[in-house]
Structure formats: structure tokens, C-alpha cells
Design a protein around this ligand. Structure first.
Ligand code: ZN
Length: 443
């Protein structure tokens, strides 16, 4: 199959996308026209396009064109560990599995070697935008940004900041705060907004357990003064929450630790938020803080089950995160599946009768809501004219229960893409109309 590598181009396919207005667009005979600048010039029913546009299109029917997935939370250096560590609690998992792997990136040549494959793995899973953590090493972060720039993925990355219990044996502890801030500032200067805004920087204090009050505050100040994002973890696991209580005895709860540091706001993405109190949730709503919901990770490490309907009803902006390798798989589709099952299990166990999120609701969380969480919804997250052409195309034959069995309706189609997701189903991915390496590597 000859798929376009660069814009302009037009693809005729089945279309499935959430819309800004709140509904979902499904066209069994759809057309997406991408202009020279890599923006969507038309997305809709093929019969509504003009004859010339239709004639120029590559016909991929019955393949399905969708917006690329937005992964709001991942750890680049942990990809090699993906799929191992089941049921090891968070703090033990960090110590035994994760910190040693991250420490290996003290050798920047390892980051240089792995980073291109890592971005290809995200693209292969259908992810076109990723917000991710690196390691504490600036040179490895540089290598990761260079790989993202060359690959074409839309990426917001950050060097991990830790000045308590860090895994780095070399840096003199008394100099960590200053050094980490300076390295982050240098990376921001070089990469925040690079590649015409395709790359961005997120100031990344790991979580309250690994950071002093000073580091949290200074990192938040750095993010605010440079316009970078600020990302960290919150309220993931009961042992972690207990540890935060011990380390920050003056704070009434976990969210308050970040609040006092000046860390909350619309450019902040907090991963997990599984066990929030009413007060914590209300404060996140009030400040416009965003949440990366990571149900696959939360089940894998036994952290807990977020009562998803609650933050959604409260008006929090929630997207989805793979949290590899706390989560076992880089695919946002498999995150949706874990999330859907987790909510069902929660309903059965608690007698909670709130409506379960349906397949199209999960699609929205994994695309448009993720984009909204990053403040990028004017540019990405749905197939609508004027947005950047961040697209994926899926061959639904990979999820058909029997050859020739097709889903006519969009709910059935999305349901199979979630509950029967196949690692090879994404056949191509584009960012701004430029095709990404990664999908269909296995033929
Ligand atoms: Zn994480």
C-alpha cells in the first residue's frame, strides 16, 4: 500500500472522530484533505467534498481514519521494562525495577540508541502526541529531544528532578537543586517550542516523595516564568500518600503540597489522582489543573481504582496516560480497555450506579480531552478543518472476530478497537501530515 509521507494529500476512508461541539463524527465514506502546511483542509463525507478532491484521494476504505492518540503520561527510559513488575507496589517497584533502568541513561549513548525506537513504539501504538518524563540526566534528555525532532512525533518532555532519594550516585547532594534547575532552564531554552511548536518542555519534579519543598517551589517558578508545562505525580498509591504525609506534616493533604509550591494551574498535568479527597478535587477544579488518568498502570501496580465519574462530573479536564512502564503497554487503546474494565469492576464491588463511560467516551478522553489537557485542542485532538493533520489509520480487520465480520455502527467499531485492540492494527500515523516511522513494522 502506497501511503503518503508528506503533505499535501487526501485520504478516502471511514472516519471516526470526536468533535469540538461535543458529538462524534462517523462517516463510512469519508474524506480528509491535508494541505501543503500539514493542516486539515476538509474532513467529512466524501460526497460533500468537491469532485477534484475526491479524485485525488488515496482510497483506503474500509480502513478507519482517526485523530492520533494523546498519551498524557509516560516515562521514556522505562520502555524496556514494559510488561514486567506486575503487583509490585509503587515504592518497591521504583527501587527495584525503575531506578536502576533510569540510571542506565547516565550514559547518554544508551538514550541515543533507545530513544528513536521508543518514539516509533508510541507511533506504532497510534500515539501522535506524548507528554513524557526522561531521567535525571540532561545529556540523555538532549538525546531524547533530538530523537523526537527527527522522528516527527509531537512531544512534550522533561528531565526528571529529584533532590531526595535520587538514584544518581555521582551528583553531590548539596548541588542538586541548583544544578537541576539550571539544566532544566537550558533544556527549556533549546527545546520549548522547537520544531515550530511541535516540541515542548515540561518541568518535571518526579513527585513529592523525591522532592524538597524548595525544589517543588523553584521548579514551579521556572515553569511559570518560561511558559513551560509542569508535570508530576499525585495520590497514586496508599503507601506513597502515607509517605507524603510523613514528609510534609504541615500540609493537610497531598494536593496541598503542590498548591503551596505554586504548582497548580492549567499548564500542570498531574498523573494518577486515584485517591483524591473532596477538598483536593475541588482545589484542582478551582485552579484548572489537569489530570492524566492511568488505569492500566493503577491496576498493574495495584495502586487503586479512580472513581472516574467523580472528577469528570466535577469538571476536571482528564486525559489518558499509559504510564509505561508502570503501565505494561504504550497503547492508549489498551489503557482505555483497562479503564473500562476497572470502572465496571468498581461498579460491581461498590454498587455505584453512575453510568459507565462508553466506547466513544473513551475515544474522546484519549484524543480531544488529552489535547485539551495540554491546551492544544485548537490544534489537535479531532479531525476538523483548520487543525493540524495528526492522524492515524487503522485496519479494522485486525479486530474483527471472524473474517468479513464488520461493524456498521461507530460504537461497535470503537468497542472492538478498545476490547480487541491488536498491536498491528495501526497501519500509519502522521503528525502535521508527515508520516511517522513505527506503525506496520511487522509487515
Ligand atoms: Zn508515572
Amino acid at each position: 500500500m502506497d501511503l503518503p509521507s508528506t503533505p499535501p494529500f487526501a485520504i478516502r476512508a471511514r472516519l471516526l472522530t470526536p468533535l469540538e461541539a461535543g458529538s462524534t463524527l462517523h462517516e463510512s465514506d469519508g474524506l480528509v484533505v491535508v494541505d501543503e502546511a500539514g493542516r486539515i483542509a476538509f474532513a467529512g463525507a466524501a460526497e460533500h467534498a468537491d469532485e477534484r478532491q475526491r479524485a485525488a484521494a488515496i482510497d483506503l476504505r474500509p480502513w478507519v481514519l482517526m485523530p492520533g492518540m494523546v498519551d498524557l503520561h509516560a516515562h521514556l527510559p522505562q520502555l524496556p521494562n514494559a510488561g514486567v513488575g506486575f503487583a509490585v507496589d509503587l515504592l518497591t517497584w521504583l527501587d527495584r525495577l525503575t531506578f536502576p533502568t533510569e540510571r542506565s541513561w547516565s550514559d547518554a549513548t544508551i538514550a541515543e540508541r533507545l530513544a528513536p525506537d521508543i518514539f516509533e513504539a508510541f507511533a506504532a501504538a497510534g500515539t501522535t502526541t506524548v507528554l513524557a518524563y526522561g531521567t535525571v540526566y540532561a545529556a540523555a534528555m538532549e538525546a531524547a529531544f533530538e530523537a523526537a525532532e527527527a522522528h516527527g512525533v509531537r512531544a512534550i518532555l522533561g528531565k526528571v528532578m529529584m533532590d531526595r532519594g535520587t538514584y544518581d550516585p555521582i551528583i553531590e547532594p548539596s548541588t542538586i537543586l541548583e544544578r537541576s534547575l539550571q539544566e532544566s532552564a537550558d533544556l527549556i531554552a533549546r527545546w520549548h517550542g522547537a520544531a515550530d511548536g511541535r516540541l515542548g518542555y515540561a518541568v518535571t519534579p518526579r513527585f513529592a516523595v523525591s522532592c524538597s519543598t524548595d525544589m517543588l517551589r523553584e521548579s514551579a517558578t521556572l515553569a511559570r516564568s518560561t511558559g513551560a508545562w509542569w508535570q508530576t505525580h499525585v495520590s497514586e498509591d496508599p503507601f506513597e500518600i502515607e509517605e507524603v504525609r510523613r514528609l510534609f506534616p504541615d500540609a493537610p493533604d497531598y494536593v496541598d503540597v503542590y498548591d503551596r509550591a505554586g504548582g497548580l494551574g492549567p499548564k500542570t498535568v498531574l498523573a494518577h489522582a486515584v485517591h483524591l479527597s473532596e477538598r483536593e478535587q475541588a482545589r484542582l477544579v478551582e485552579t484548572g489543573t489537569r489530570i492524566a488518568h492511568c488505569p492500566a498502570s493503577n491496576l498493574f501496580l495495584g495502586a487503586g481504582v479512580m472513581p472516574l465519574a467523580r472528577p469528570l462530573e466535577a469538571g476536571l479536564t482528564v486525559g489518558l496516560g499509559s504510564d509505561v512502564s508502570g503501565g505494561p503497554d504504550a497503547s492508549v487503546f489498551s489503557v482505555m480497555r483497562a479503564g473500562a474494565y476497572a470502572q465496571m469492576a468498581r461498579r460491581s464491588l461498590t454498587g455505584d450506579e453512575t453510568d459507565a463511560l462508553g466506547p466513544l467516551g473513551w475515544l474522546r478522553l484519549g484524543t480531544l480531552e488529552g489535547a485539551r489537557a495540554l491546551g492544544l485542542d485548537a490544534a489537535i485532538g479531532s479531525l476538523e478543518a483548520g487543525k493540524d493533520a495528526d492522524l492515524i489509520v487503522i485496519d479494522p480487520a485486525f479486530v474483527a472476530p471472524l473474517p468479513g465480520v464488520e461493524d456498521i455502527d461507530p460504537v461497535g467499531l470503537m468497542s472492538r478497537l478498545i476490547f480487541r485492540a491488536h498491536p498491528d492494527m495501526v497501519r500509519a500515523a502522521w503528525v502535521r501530515g508527515r508520516r511517522l516511522d513505527g506503525p506496520a513494522r511487522r509487515g
